[in-house]
Design a binder for this molecule. Sequence first.
Ligand code: HEM
Ligand SMILES: Nc1nc2c(c(=O)[nH]1)N[C@H]1C(S)=C(S)[C@@H](COP(=O)(O)O)O[C@H]1N2
Ligand SMILES: [Mo]
Length: 328
Amino acid sequence: MANLVLLGVVPLAAASGFCMFVFGSGLVWPIAVLHGALGLTVFVLVPWKSIVVRRGLRRARRPGRTTSVLLTASTLVALVTGVAHRFGVLLADSPVTTLQLHVGAGVVAAVLTLWHAHHRRVRARRTDLSRRTLLRLGVVASAAGVLEGSAQAASALTTPSGVRRPTGSFKLASSSVAAIPTTSWLFDQVPELDPAAWRLTVRTGDASHDWSLEDLARWNDRQMAVLDCTGGWWTQQEWAGVRVRRLLPDGATGTVEVTSATGYHRRLPLTDHLLLATRVGGTTLSVGHGAPARLVVPGRRGYHWVKWVVRIDHDSQPWWIQPPLPLQ
Ligand code: HEM
Ligand SMILES: Nc1nc2c(c(=O)[nH]1)N[C@H]1C(S)=C(S)[C@@H](COP(=O)(O)O)O[C@H]1N2
Ligand SMILES: [Mo]
């Protein structure tokens, strides 16, 4: 039974973790609680599973053993790093943060679980559907629920309020602009752009208009907003530049696809809060942070905040016709 439950729980844990990235604010906390409980279900099952594993190891060497070892390792890494992060072990200055390690291990564990299940043909037995099993399932779920509740309470007590966001991210130690890490979603690199030659192409319907940095300088729209990176940190800053709305016809609705000089792009609903920032905290944006202009999307995770913007396409396509997370 431990096998069957793990088969469901590990992919569900990964899926709920993924949802925490997609629903970056608002109702993200119930997902976080669910994710924590699913993750801790794995912890509850460790004693059972280790019996199954020991039995398996005693038998002759079977193909797929490497996968099993990798699966166990990645699951344990995801478990340990998840809890470590909750209690503030961030590895913020190392090349990979605790949360990046966590997500990497979680994704690997989910993929290997599905693979393992497919090859070992884990099937439900009749006895798996008995009342006794249901009772056990209840016990496991309650234990995970209690653990999650305790983890929530313990971290609330040990972390000063206002440091953690419901997404799990921790506030940067310094709120100065200089302290903001320069990050990429996956593989993107800082491009070389000449601010004088830089143009922003805004397309709406059949019309297209190019804006220079000088053109945009006539506006000074400001917006306080939290940049919350999925790497596990956040910072609140005052961003300044021009509201995207101003570059579009009056009363425009629909969505905008915002594209970087690197090709990185996100499509978002057009709102009053979308800001094309050229400054942050009273200073000009640095190249690493997206100069000449970067998008600011209050309430959404960092991966929507496209840096080095060169194009905005406005139309009525739905915002969700894109991969839920960038691929670049
Ligand atoms: C095998 C898969 C996974 C397991 C077992 C797992 C387990 C956990 C656990 C035990 C926690 C701590 C919860 C608590 O103490 O209340 C946690 C937190 C977290 N996990 Fe996962 N997780 C998995 C995959 C993922 C994935 C794929 C993502 C993202 C795509 C993710 C994102 C997060 C985030 C953002 C937190 C919040 C950290 C915090 O609360 O400080 N997890 N996870
Ligand atoms: N063009 C481009 N824009 C991007 C990214 C990227 O990889 N390429 N990464 C995003 C992510 S994941 C985050 S958290 C923020 C980080 O912004 P910062 O480097 O100013 O801290 O930029 C976003 N904008
Ligand atoms: Mo990020």
